[in-house]
Design a protein around this ligand. Structure first.
Ligand code: ADP
Ligand code: MG
Length: 237
């Protein structure tokens, strides 16, 4: 680590698609070990911001620093090797492979002890009993947990999650909240894009609101939830 409290920082980050500025001069920071939720109306630029951080998209202007190092020139795989991990909205599991074999895929990239990390991860994502089950036979919630498991085998310092509880039942959502909270207790930081405000309230202290590509508000969830201007942008007024 660089010794500062900041794990991720964007500086004057901008992404233009033709005439449209999807991310507009954003200075944004996530602290070490925190759970930060990113909210905002449709089209606010949340996914674009995440895609710039992972390297799926290149910025039009500005820089991204992770653990004090400029990520801007690195491709997505190189970014993962620095301790940045990501789980996208829809499950990207290998349906024909068992839960165990799925976890082995990312583990091949590391020099971590496969047996130990495997057992530990199965326990964390509560899929020990399903270790030999083909991923395609799991429920939606179990598949989402498996994909989070694939990301945590790499022991990332920061995990990016785009709508991790979309389409989940109340029980499945509670399981994911527990998983994130316990990983956070072990020191992992999270940046979570999420619409489900109850879930946001459950996991996050500080919330950042994006609107029209820019940071609109940032603060404790209780303040954000009761902010009249935030309510208005959601209603599109
Ligand atoms: P959010 O995730 O907050 O709903 P997005 O980041 O997906 O918002 O989109 C922000 C804006 O950028 C929207 O106006 C969207 O239509 C536009 N946009 C996103 N991706 C592209 C793209 N690949 N090409 C052109 N416009 C895009
Ligand atoms: Mg989006």
């Amino acid at each position: 680590g660089s010794g500062t409290n900041v794990i991720l920082a964007t500086r004057q980050l901008t992404k233009k698609f033709g005439g449209l500025t999807a991310v507009d001069d954003v200075d944004f920071e996530v602290n070490r070990g925190e759970i930060r939720c990113l909210i905002g109306p449709n089209g606010a630029g949340k996914s674009t911001l995440l895609n710039l951080i992972t390297g799926k998209l290149s910025p039009s202007e500005g820089d991204i620093y992770f653990d004090g190092n400029d990520l801007t020139g690195l491709d997505p795989h190189e970014r993962i090797d620095t301790g940045l991990s990501v789980k996208f909205q829809s499950p990207h599991v290998y349906e024909n492979l068992s839960v165990k074999r799925n976890l082995q895929v990312p583990l091949q990239r590391t020099d971590r002890n496969v047996d130990r990390v495997m057992a530990e991860t199965l326990e964390q994502i509560a899929l020990t009993e399903q270790a030999d089950t083909p991923a395609g036979d799991l429920s939606h919630g179990q598949q989402q947990r498996l994909e989070i498991g694939m990301a945590i085998t790499l022991d990332p310092e920061l995990m990016l999650l785009d709508e991790p509880v979309a389409g989940m039942s109340v029980d499945e959502t509670a399981d994911v909240a527990d998983l994130i909270t316990s990983l956070h207790d072990d020191g992992m930081a999270f940046l979570v894009v999420e619409h489900d405000m109850e879930f946001v309230r459950e996991i996050s202290e500080q919330v950042t609101v994006l609107n029209q590509g820019a940071v609109f508000r940032q603060g404790p969830i209780e303040e954000i939830e009761t902010d009249e201007a935030v309510r208005r942008i959601y209603l599109g007024e």
